[in-house]
Each structure stands twice: as C-alpha cells, then as structure tokens.
Write a protein that binds this ligand. Sequence first.
Ligand code: HEM
Length: 418
Amino acid sequence: MSRPAVDFYDPRTYTAGVPHDAFAVLRRECPVYRQEERAILGWPAGPGYWAVTRYHDVVHVNRNPNLFSSQLGATQIRDPKPEDLAFQRRMMLNLDPPDHSRLRRIVSKAFTPRRIERLAGFLRDRARALVDAVAPVGACDFSLDLAADLPLLALAEVLGVPAGDRRLLFEWGNRVIGFQDPEYARRDESGRPVDPRSRAALADMFDYAHRLAERRRRDPGDDVITGLLLAEVDGQTLSREEYENFFFLLTVAGNETLRNVLPSGMLALLEHPGEHRRLLEDPSLLGTAIEEMLRFSGPVMCFRRTAAADIELAGVDIAAGDKVVVYYASANRDGAVFPDPDRFDIGRTPNEHLAFGAGPHFCLGAHLARLQMRVFFEEVLWRLPDLELAGPVQRLQSNFQAGVKHMPVRFSTKGGIA
Ligand code: HEM
C-alpha cells in the first residue's frame, strides 16, 4: 500500500474533520496499519502503534482483554510517564478483568438505570430553558450556548455537585480532553505542554471530590456519590484512590463526549437537509436518528490497548508490548457491516455501531447519553426548525475526541414560545 497522506496521530489532522476517506483506504488495503508517532506540538516522539480500522477486528480486540490489555499501558495513545501509570491504573477504564469487573460491579450499584431515568424531567426543563434563552435572539454558537451546558447540568445532578460549581466540571474536562488544543492546553514555565493525566495536574479536582464526599457522608442524598460511598460488593467498598479516579472518569467521560456529540449530530442533520426535513416531518424517527448520529459522527474516535502477547491480527504480526489503537470512528463506517456506510440515514436499522465501544469497557453512561440526546433534540429541533449554519465550524484539535468547539447558527425568532 502507498503511504497515506494523512497522519492519524497528529491532532491537527482532525481540525478538518475525521479523515474518513483515508480510513476507507486503510480498511481496504491495510486494515492494521503501522502509524508512527513523531514529536509533535511540544510532545516527544513515541514508539508508534498499530491502528485497527475494521469493525470485526475492533470488536475482537475489545472482547479479548487478556490479549489486548487496557491495564498494561492504560488507554490513551501517548504513553503515560512511568511514574503516572500506577495512578492511572486506579481508574476502571485502565484495568482488565478481574480487577475491572470488581470495580465495575461496585460503581454499577450507584449508577443505576432508575437513578438515570429519574433525570428525564429535570433535563427537559433545563433543555427548554437553554432554547428559551437563545430563541428570541435568532442566532447563537450552538456548541457553547446550547450544547455545553446540558451535559454539565446533568453531570452536576448525577453527582450531587451544586449547579453553581458546574463551571469547574467544564474547566477540568477542557484540561483533560483539550490538552492538545491551543485554546485549552496548559503550559509550564518553560513553555512545555502540561500532561493532565497525573495526580499533580488534577490536585484541585481531587480536593473537590473529597470535599464533596465529606458533604455526602454528613448529608446523604439520592445521588451517585452517596451511592458510591455506600456501595459494597463482597464486603468491599471503593478505596480512596478508586473513588478519586471514578470521580475523574465521570467528570470527563460524562461531559466532553456529550458536549461534542450534540453539535456534531446537529451538523450531520444540517449537512443532509433531506434527512433533517424527514425527521422534522416524522418525529418517531428520533430514536434511530440518534443512533445514526452516534455512528456517523460519534465523539470518541479511538481508544488504546497494549498487546499482552505476540499475536497475529488480520495477517499482521503484533509483538507483546506493542500499542494497539482501535478506531471506532473507522469501524462505524465499515461497509462489511453497514450498507452504504457514508450515507447518513436517520432510519438506519439495524445499527450496531461501536460509538460506545464493545466488551467489558462498554460505556457505563450509554443510557444517560442517549437520554440526554433525546431530550435535547426534542427541545431544539422542533422549536428551531429553520436553524442553519451561519459560519464555519471550528473543530477540536485532538486525536482522541472529535469535537466541535464553535458552531455559529441562525434561526427565525418565532420559535421563542415553548
Ligand atoms: C455520547 C456520549 C458518550 C460516548 C460516545 C461514550 C463513549 C465511550 C466509549 C467508547 C467507552 C469505552 C472505552 C474503551 O473502549 O476503553 C466509554 C467508557 C465509559 N464511559 Fe462513556 N461515552 C459517552 C457518555 C458517557 C457518559 C454520559 C458517562 C457517565 C456520566 C460515561 C461514562 C463512561 C465510563 C465510566 C466508562 C468506562 C467504563 C469501563 O471502563 O468499564 N460515558 N464511553
């Protein structure tokens, strides 16, 4: 295969959108592709990795954590500093069974569908208020004015964080997910980018998490934090560090993903006006439309694993210790599974996309994510039916999350009355 013109590692690649054409070439010609990691944006060079691009290979990797580990080198492309690895392994995301299974059982006790379902009314009120605020103006930044606040409000409610503190959640999320983007990246005194994945870089967040836990111990509520503090499996509860890391995981995973999928889902509709109109005329398609938004423009492009043994995958020899990166964004466009994969079809069924991953780490928040998307689009689409782009969108510079940072839109003001 000739060398692709695209560097899949370079975060700047994604400011022009996910390079779907280049992924299609990989799926066809070199489905497990060797990507080098050059020194970039102040970060040192890395050893390179195997990019896994076909649907069935991605599922195979995710379902075999004994061969493709989340624990050996954690789950982000860039290797953690050796001194930070132990810290990162306190997080469920960066563990393999059986340690992962134990933690997942504990936190699942707090993160129950009943607790999530009860949020529906709260979310609807908040989504309606967000539309109320922009409707009389006739224009807004969809990403900031409509999409950013709902996930924060939802998360604050789920965690029992006072609503006034939700800017803190926003700031921590930006620090972690936006670290490759000049709008959010932090630099040290010598101008080098700060790695957000260490205990020191997140000390303020952990202090906050402990203060919140103290408050919940004194004054228990019906929130996930109270549930976490009480949850017990086989006589074991969460350790202090496990609690800290779960707070961290929820704060980032529960906010950044949604804040990005709401504008990118809307953008998919705006770029396919026939499908937009079809949905406005038939609201019963909203459920399948949401699944198609997740498949077509899901926010999580990839996750990393580390080979635990010498393995062959799609005819390629992978050595123990090699980095393996599963590209959900590519798997979701695999024509072997999705007929006419580049077509945005809001009625697509079946639609077994991998936007939430697969295997033991399947997204714990999938139910909450779908609920928020449903409520949000129910409020926005029919009240602002003539919403259209009013300028170029600005995407996040990241090789991990496909984000839409700014999306100027306009609409007529008659949707102002709910
Ligand atoms: C559209 C929104 C979302 C998307 C696309 C998404 C995507 C994902 C993906 C792909 C994974 C798998 C990670 C892997 O392969 O290693 C994951 C895991 C996870 N997600 Fe989500 N997520 C979303 C929303 C949420 C929300 C709202 C929450 C919670 C508030 C959440 C919490 C988690 C947690 C805790 C895990 C780790 C599960 C584990 O390690 O067992 N996510 N998510």
